[in-house]
Design a protein around this ligand. Sequence first.
Ligand code: FAD
Length: 576
Amino acid sequence: MSTFQYDVLVIGAGGAGLMAALYASKSANTAVLSKLYPTRSHTGAAQGGISAALGNHEEDHWEWHAYDTVKGSDYLGDQDAIEIMCREAIDVVIELEHMGLPFDRTPEGKIAQRPFGGHTRNYGEAPVRRACHAADRTGHMILQTLYQQCIKHNVNFFDEFQVLDLIIEDGVCKGAIAYEIDTGEIHTFHAKAVILATGGWGKCWSVTSNAFTLTGDGAAIVLRHGVPLEDMEFFQFHPTGIWKMGILITEGVRGEGGILRNNLGERFMERYSPTLKDLAPRDVVSRAIYMEIREGRGIDGKDYVYLDATHLGRERIEKKLPDIADFCRTYLGIDPAEQPMPVQPTAHYAMGGIPTDVDGRVIVDANNTPLYGLYAAGEVACVSVHGANRLGTNSLLDLVVFGRRAGIHAAAFANEIEFQPIPDNADEPTRELVERVRTHDGDENVATIRAEMQKLMMNNVGVFRTEELLTEAVEKLKELKERARNISIQDKGKRFNQDLLEAIELYNLLDLAEVTALSALNRTESRGAHSREDYPERDDENWLKHTLIYREEDGSYRFDYKPVTITKFEPKPRVY
Ligand SMILES: Cc1cc2nc3c(=O)[nH]c(=O)nc-3n(C[C@H](O)[C@H](O)[C@H](O)COP(=O)(O)OP(=O)(O)OC[C@H]3O[C@@H](n4cnc5c(N)ncnc54)[C@H](O)[C@@H]3O)c2cc1C
């Protein structure tokens, strides 16, 4: 066991964590802890692009981008944060370019941009080309570029260190407790400021675009420390996952001109979104796919439709969508230049998360009271720029804009204060947890409970929800949590014990599944990605507000609410 001391500790090495670390390291001694080798973080899977109103192909303005984001969020996004994100987008994308990010180019050598769902010109008139991209490997390029910059700036990395707890005392965060995967040792990291950038929790669902590692650790840890989670009912289903597998087919395919078709060959999005058609926001397209399937127009009567890119031509597909072409050949045995791709909505992105202000400070109530020393950025955080539904390409943007702001603020905070003392036994609860999981002799196993949870979440807390389905989900999740106390793992060793870590990750997923189902049951309206069939209308009078869910010490939950910040755009009916 060792105790390490850093001014700023960043937990997570995806786009958000690396951008935060890069900026924090400019003025503070900074370390990054990551359960994965940094360049294996899920940001590397992001395909389609990062948005910024550069106007490289046609006229564009950050105010149009802000309007699209507000409307995309179904008016639940906080407009002050959205304005910051869309304004800073231009400068941050150019900064990435100067760091060496190899964007695709226009014939004149500017950063190439393509259309993406919900991004429009002149306040909704028609699609606009706003997604800056490096083929369909944009996230990979961002991750590699930021990692190289961090190495260049001497950021300290602790790779394959999994954080299992935070040290929080008297409203101040003072560090973290981490498990070294290679040795099984538990280490204490003493810090003046901690930035959580641990990513999302798509593994709560059975069909998902998310990797095995996306288990929501950061969000679950703070929930257990009494920090609320915000807007957990809003989880995005991306319309085009590969049927049954969930592997993502980027919206960039539709950005390049791909078309969704039902079993009659109809371009059905023309009926649901006459102006934007296939490039409507994701909540609209996912619902439309399910409506087609319900009305018997799924392909061969099954639960999928086709994404047709055959008219784009082989050259364009290979140049602009090379990874997608590879996925299709590898996983489906089809050539997308010749055959359409079978797709269904896949659990993709957490709009909710740990509430923060625009400098990344974690806040603990509706009055925006900060928890000193704790910051969050990226998918784990809720600032909230995505509200009830995120627009494609706005996540990569959120990571770099708010990662940068969190890094700057955390370093300034750390430079103003002394290290706060931590108790000698700060790691005791973690040691007990690890020992209990390692040695418990029960008759349940991780894989069975995880599979049951994922199926339940897919069936009951998916695109369409009802009181009946959600109540059943809440009850069954309680039962699953009870059963999970009786898990026995096979590997009793200390080195690379994935059995042990998967059990602890399952506890995190179960907690997040439970607060998602509870928050969805609580919100009796339909807004963005939260579609209640028993409350089909948006209800601004009662529900134009953010949900905060708190876990009490006895394990029960309570709700509070926070107003939505509206600056320029008053809520209107959302038609595309
Ligand atoms: C297939 C796919 C394609 C996408 N395409 C796009 C796109 O084109 N444009 C767009 O804007 N968005 C896209 N997204 C969304 C976007 O990629 C993610 O929201 C974003 O990358 C999340 O970044 P992050 O930095 O918050 O977390 P991640 O990149 O997921 O990184 C999380 C980090 O936290 C670490 N970590 C987690 N738990 C612990 C722990 N307990 N201890 C220590 N470390 C921990 C991990 O090791 C990892 O380093 C896509 C998502 C997917 C799944």
